[in-house]
Design a protein around this ligand. Structure first.
Ligand code: AMP
Ligand code: MG
Length: 550
């Protein structure tokens, strides 16, 4: 079997032709240097032991071609537009060429999928190229998603299609600009090859264009990495992996606690709980439904990771899930995300228990997650409503809002944005109270007198609360418009961009990328990107129903 290293020396690329920015990428691969490797290389499927990763090369593809790149991520890595638009860039970030210093590998993790322990999973179609020390000094892992099989691909092909790659590329960047912790995306490339997918798992496979996304994050460490080591009973390696994680991703804890102590493990777990709470509160704020919150899709850094059958709430329905694979149990529905996060943290706690050997403090941190989540959620709701702070009596107002939003199909994004246009002075003109909100309603025929009077009652209570809060209207409006996005990656917009891209027109991907860079700012001329879902998209595949097929 060919060593994965042979490729590092035999990059097949004339070094003189590598664009300057790519040449300057400085790799320092701590993961592969400090953690034990699977002795075997290559992509033959296997279970590994006593190791954290396997070296494996991306598969070469026919015709790499850049579709889009994120200017912000490129800049973070020190890459110019010319670097990103070069032919070599497309070669490197589809996996055809390796740069000196890259050490491609797939990592091993396990996980609970839909509540059941699934055993070894691992990077089945993700290949880490290496860790770059960015010009700003930060460490960033470059990871190709869809670059071919790895030892962890199980029965699948290690590839990704354009449809799901457009969704991952756009959503990672959109989430970042919304202020939600997330992995980033440097590039979206086509491989020039066709990939067979049965999109709805209904026995109708078809060829789709193959694509690769280069994801970027300080680390891609998941709860499942710890679970896998615990499940294999490799406690020394579990301890080593945690120490590695502390050094790489949580160095501040090593200055406060003694390395190797139970205290540092607990402090780390507490921080993972806090970061998770923070991220989930953001999801609830912007109306994001992850769709597959399995423990292998949970980042210890609290980053949103693995954009699969995710979706954005259109009408406010806490029971909604975009994932057809989860339609029966709706485990990962919008309103259940905080509870699932806590359940996932419990699985992480079980995994690290051997390093603590005391359940009580772990349980305390799990309860702490609830306290922390509730506090963050209350803060965010206060911001969404333009209140200075959440006060105890506001619980009632929020409960009532939850009902009001479900009286009839109500677009969450438009509702909150419209709410900012209301003012206590309008209490004098009750007939106009609902005007700024009318665009949020999908079924105007359902706005009966009874429904209207319930909405009115809530709006009046809200505006009294706003008046008592005593903020200047412009201050309140500005605060609300920083918490309530005008533009989100509406499911149907992503699908329109995909439809066009599949026909060879990438303009809408570029347009969406641009609009979503400033999601809180009114962008004249771009009103179409803020409109509620058109009726044709109500039940169209890709717009409201997505399977895990990607
Ligand atoms: P996901 O539900 O997308 O998070 O994937 C769960 C597991 O399946 C992970 O280990 C993935 O790497 C793996 N996987 C998903 N799709 C593929 C694919 N096309 N080829 C190989 N592995 C895959
Ligand atoms: Mg995954």
């Amino acid at each position: 079997m060919r060593s994965a290293f042979s490729c590092v020396h035999n990059v097949g690329m004339n070094i003189a032709r590598i664009p300057d920015g790519l040449k300057r990428l400085h790799f320092e691969n701590r993961f592969t240097r400090e953690l034990p490797a699977d002795p075997e290389t290559g992509s033959a499927r296997r279970q590994i032991r006593n190791a954290c990763f396997s070296r494996v090369r991306p598969t070469s593809v026919a015709a790499p071609r850049l579709v889009a790149y994120s200017a912000e991520v490129a800049e973070m890595l020190g890459l110019s537009a010319a670097d990103c638009e070069s032919a070599e860039f497309a070669e490197v970030f589809t996996g055809n060429r390796l740069l000196p210093g890259m050490d491609p590998h797939a990592t091993c993790y396990g996980g609970h999928q839909f509540g059941n322990w699934a055993g070894q999973l691992g990077d089945g179609r993700a290949i880490n190229l290496g860790e770059v020390i960015a010009p700003g000094g930060d460490r960033q892992v470059l990871q190709l998603k869809g670059a071919g099989p790895t030892p962890y691909s199980r029965s699948a092909d290690g590839l990704a299609v354009l449809r799901s790659s457009v969704r991952e590329f756009l959503c990672s960047e959109a989430m970042h600009h919304l202020g939600v912790p997330t992995t980033r995306a440097l590039s979206l490339t086509l491989t020039g090859e066709q990939v067979m997918r049965d999109m709805l798992y209904d026995g109708h496979p078809a060829l789709e264009p193959g694509a690769v996304v280069c994801r970027v994050a300080p680390s891609f460490t998941r709860f499942g990495h710890f679970q896998m080591l615990a499940a294999r009973g490799e406690i020394d390696l579990l301890r080593k992996f945690l120490h590695y994680t502390l050094e790489t991703d949580f160095p501040h804890l090593l200055t406060q606690y003694q390395a190797g102590s139970a205290q540092i493990v607990l402090a780390w777990f507490a921080e993972v709980c806090e970061r998770t709470a923070e991220t989930i509160a953001h999801w609830m704020r912007v109306g994001f439904v992850h769709g597959v919150m399995n423990t292998d899709n949970m980042s210890v850094l609290g980053l949103t990771i693995d954009y699969g059958p995710y979706g954005w709430l259109e009408d406010y329905d806490p029971d909604w899930t975009p994932n057809t694979t989860d339609a029966a149990g709706r485990r990962y529905r919008f309103g259940h995300q905080p509870a699932v996060a806590q359940w996932n943290l419990l699985q992480l706690a079980n995994a690290i228990y051997p390093l603590v050997e005391d359940a009580a403090p772990l349980e305390e941190h799990l309860r702490g997650f609830e306290t922390c989540y509730t506090a963050r959620w209350q803060q965010m709701m206060a911001a969404k409503l333009g209140l200075k702070a959440f006060e105890r009596d506001d619980g009632e107002l929020l409960d009532a809002l939850e009902s009001v939003l479900q009286l009839t199909e109500t677009d969450m994004t438009l509702f909150f944005r419209g709410l900012a246009e209301l003012d206590p002075a309008m209490l004098q003109r009750p007939a106009e109270l609902m005007d700024p909100l009318l665009q949020a309603y999908y079924l105007p025929g359902e706005l009966t007198d009874d429904v209207r009077s319930e909405i009115h009652a809530w709006l009046a209570a809200y505006l009294h609360r706003v008046r008592d809060d005593g903020q200047a209207p412009e201050v309140r409006r500005a605060r609300m418009n920083e918490a309530n996005p005008r533009y989100v990656l509406r499911n149907y917009l992503a699908q329109q961009a995909i439809d066009k891209a599949e026909a060879g027109d990438y303009s809408m991907i570029h347009e969406l990328l641009e609009v979503l860079r400033r999601p809180y700012t009114e962008q004249p001329g771009r009103e179409a990107f803020a409109e509620k879902r058109p009726d044709w998209a109500r039940s169209r595949v890709g717009c409201s129903q997505l399977s895990c097929s990607s």
